[in-house]
Design a protein around this ligand. Structure first.
Ligand code: ATP
Length: 355
């Protein structure tokens, strides 16, 4: 397979705001490569530095230290408008007094493209974002989702090399947001433009991205495909932030992971782990089952969720566990509160976290 080009290279990028005691390190030596034609997501909780990183890529801010390159060319010193990079803001930032067509044409007119070419591109963009025939409307005559599409069309019209999307879907209601997630993915595929998408919504990141960088406290915690991030989180922060995770306390022993409190030892290949070291086991609730040879516990709570039921199970001396089982058609929670159960854990579903 042909090696993809690196679209954006970020090398040891740091960004500090303020001075002295008031100084905030929004980004702390961030390094990552974003491939051409990739749907790349920056994911993390509020304040982790996502927007700052996006603003540095766009050129709205200059980094305290480190480097940024676009297709091998350093971006230092270039103004935002000189970069073939466009941004879609959460607020859409449409011009209220201009029609949809004029909004889409705005950047092209600034570039002084011929009118016939502008008309052609605007029509093309209206089709692309499924707003054909709505070119003469004003933004206030459109729904939130349609306004979002105009903002996307405007940002795509001059075919940037990279499109930055800052929490672009968070103003939409859940149903529309799901629809736009599919739309964004389609637009990225059809245009072949590199998308860098910022969100704090882990589900959104998992469903849309080719790869995700998880950020916390201005530091990249993990970079990987959605399944790498979900199935093989590298630390407790990532395991906790992405999806639901059970954390069990254990100690590494020769033949496995000792859970203490009379629970015994889970058979596990401990090569590479430090003997006698306390570790945390991260296990997804849907990877657990009730099994006669499992660990003894009591059901504390039952949460019916339509397709699944989540059982909260207490094991001696361990944090409460969640076991998520699929419901059969028409079945309600099969195990009531207070039932003694045994929780089966498959070796391959255990992630051992040493931090
Ligand atoms: P959110 O999801 O809430 O938008 P974020 O992950 O995008 O958060 P940033 O907006 O990048 O986070 O902020 C990272 C840190 O930098 C925060 O602690 C923030 O308060 C700080 N910060 C951002 N911009 C400035 C600024 N102009 N002056 C001072 N501090 C700032």
């Amino acid at each position: 397979m042909q090696q993809r080009q690196v679209a954006i290279q970020i090398q040891a990028l740091s960004m500090c705001f303020g001075q002295g005691d008031d100084q905030v390190k929004a980004l702390d030596s961030v390094s990552l490569d974003i491939q051409d034609n990739e749907f790349f997501t920056l994911l993390g909780p509020s304040g982790c530095g996502k927007t700052t990183l996006l603003r540095l890529i766009a050129g709205f801010e200059q980094p305290t230290s480190g480097h940024l390159s676009l297709f091998g060319k350093r971006l230092e010193g270039s103004m935002p408008f000189e970069r073939p990079i466009n941004t879609v803001f959460q607020s859409y930032a449409l011009f209220p007094h201009l029609t949809v067509a004029k909004n889409i044409a705005f950047g092209l007119e600034m570039q002084k493209k011929p009118a016939s070419e502008i008309d052609r591109i605007v029509e093309e963009m209206l089709v692309l974002v499924k707003l054909k025939g709505m070119g003469n409307r004003k933004p206030n005559q459109l729904s939130g989702g349609q306004q979002q599409r105009v903002a996307l069309a405007r940002a795509l019209a001059n075919h940037p090399k990279v499109l930055l999307l800052d929490e672009s879907l968070s103003a939409l209601d859940l149903k529309l947001r799901k629809e736009m997630q599919v739309e964004l993915k389609r637009l990225q595929r059809e245009t072949g433009i590199t998308f860098i998408f910022v969100t704090h919504d882990q589900e959104e990141a998992l469903t849309m991205s080719d790869r995700i960088a998880v950020l916390s406290g201005g530091v990249v915690q993990q970079i990987g495909t959605p399944s790498e991030i979900y199935d093989a989180p590298v630390n407790r922060f990532v395991a906790d932030f992405i999806g639901e995770t059970n954390f069990l306390n254990a100690v590494v022993v020769a033949d496995g992971l000792d859970l203490g409190n009379g629970l015994g030892t889970l058979a596990f290949n401990t090569s590479g782990l430090t003997m006698g070291k306390p570790v945390t086991l991260a296990i997804r609730p849907e990877r657990l089952c009730f099994d006669e040879s499992g660990l003894p516990g009591v059901i504390d709570n039952v949460v019916y969720m339509g397709t699944d039921t989540v059982y909260h199970v207490t094991l001696p001396g361990q944090p409460m566990m969640q076991v998520r089982l699929q419901n059969d058609y028409g079945a309600n929670a099969a195990y009531p509160v207070g039932t003694n159960v045994r929780v089966g854990i498959l070796t391959e579903s255990i992630r051992v976290l040493e931090d």
